[in-house]
Write a protein that binds this ligand. Structure first.
Ligand code: GDD
Ligand code: MG
Length: 366
């Protein structure tokens, strides 16, 4: 039986306020929670049992899958206190069914949208008789990731998590967040304290001369941990630039059947519009995620942004690379610039925020 662990215990701080009430893997992308896309991919790769390593808002995972009836069994390893990525793997290992010390266990970070062929990763691991295999990819700027230089044969030479100095940036090849561990290597991770797999386990295994190999591919790959990456990942799934067994056919937009989109509005670039959302006349929603029951008024423009459920965007307002928390209200004629995050429930009055020189007349009596 092929088994897998998914690390889903992080707080998703870079995605706040979306993650205030919802763990990152349960946020909706391309019409399903992200973790459902991952489960479908694991199922396609022949995985029959998955252990979720949960911590932050752990109960919501069990709620999400309470009616799950596919041919894949899910177990929950809950950390009362986060154990770090290595500790989480070790802790989840207790719930694996297999008993063979050599069994290959697939491990995934819970926020990676990737086209990698997981069967190929497993096969290569076995063919090399590896202790650990890491999926690796190349990125233009590796500083936010774990750097993994390898030799000609793919053997890992070092593991440098989030390099601090230019000298440490020895490669553009990074840890892509999907591993195969030999079961006995997983069981050797310390069980009595917090452990980072990136900062402690991988460097130690390499130093100890264990068989740690990289599996480098140029498949589609994105860590969805930041707002812009999150909207881009969702849009890529809708347009078919990234694939998931849960997305049937490429499209310009994914509009829930209960949503209402005015015929003069445009929903483009792989945007999703959630249940009971209303998009008004001449509005534009481009490469964005509009949540359940959101209303977008006439002439509003939303680019590369997330508007969480039960919020409203006023007429002629413009959002670019913005995150709007749930139950927020943006009045008409606002112009919200990149990187702005609106807290849940916040209210911005008409014309309250502008970046161009067209601020509305001063309403205060002096
Ligand atoms: N159960 C549990 N417990 N899960 C955790 C914990 C914990 O204490 N800490 C983090 N996680 C989970 C997160 O939920 C996420 O799914 C995964 O571990 C990785 O954590 P991130 O916070 O997303 O890490 P990152 O993106 O900064 O870096 C990681 O991913 C990069 C690839 O995107 C590292 O693995 C890097 O080496 C890698 O390059
Ligand atoms: Mg991440």
């Amino acid at each position: 039986m092929q088994e897998a662990i998914i690390l889903v215990g992080g707080k998703g701080t870079r995605l706040r306020p979306l993650t205030n009430h919802t763990p990152k893997p349960l946020l909706g992308v391309a019409g399903s929670s992200f973790i459902r896309h991952q489960i479908a991919k694991l199922s396609d790769a022949g995985v029959e049992h998955v252990v979720f390593a949960t911590s932050y808002l752990a109960a919501l995972f069990e709620q999400e899958f309470k009616d799950f009836s596919e041919d894949l069994e899910i177990s929950y390893a809950v950390e009362e206190v986060p154990l770090g990525t290595g500790g989480a793997i070790r802790n989840a290992g207790r719930l694996l069914r297999g008993t063979s010390a050599d069994a290959p266990v697939l491990i995934l970070n819970g926020d990676i949208l990737s086209g990698v062929d997981l069967r190929a990763l497993l096969e290569r691991h076995q063919a090399r008789d590896a202790d650990v295999s890491l999926h690796l990819t190349r990125v233009p700027d590796p500083r936010a990731f774990g750097l993994v230089p390898t030799d000609q044969a793919g053997r890992v030479l070092a593991f440098l998590e989030k390099p601090k100095t230019p000298e440490e940036c020895v490669t553009d090849q990074i840890n892509a967040g999907a591993y195969v561990f030999r079961r006995s290597v997983l069981d050797a991770i310390p069980a009595d304290r917090e452990v980072s797999v990136e900062q402690e386990t991988f460097p130690r295994l390499v130093t100890a001369g264990r068989r740690v190999f990289g599996h480098t591919t140029d498949d589609y790959w994105r860590d969805l941990g930041t707002p812009l990456a999150f909207v881009h990942g969702s849009a890529d799934l809708v347009t078919g630039a990234a694939t998931s067994p849960l997305v049937a056919a490429p499209a310009q937009a994914l509009i829930h059947p209960t949503a209402t989109v005015d015929p003069t509005a445009r929903v483009t670039g792989g945007s999703t519009v959630g249940p009971h959302a209303v998009i008004g006349p001449h509005a534009l929603v481009d490469r964005s995620i509009v949540g359940a029951r959101v209303s977008v008024a006439e002439g509003a423009r939303i680019h590369e942004s997330v508007v969480d459920h039960d919020s409203s965007i006023g007429a002629e307002s413009c959002l670019r690379e913005v995150v709007v928390g749930c139950h927020a209200h943006v009045g008409p004629h606002n112009e919200l610039p990149a990187q702005l995050r609106l807290s849940c429930g916040i209210r911005i009055p008409a014309g309250g925020v502008r970046v161009s020189g067209t601020a509305v007349a001063c309403p205060t009596v002096h």
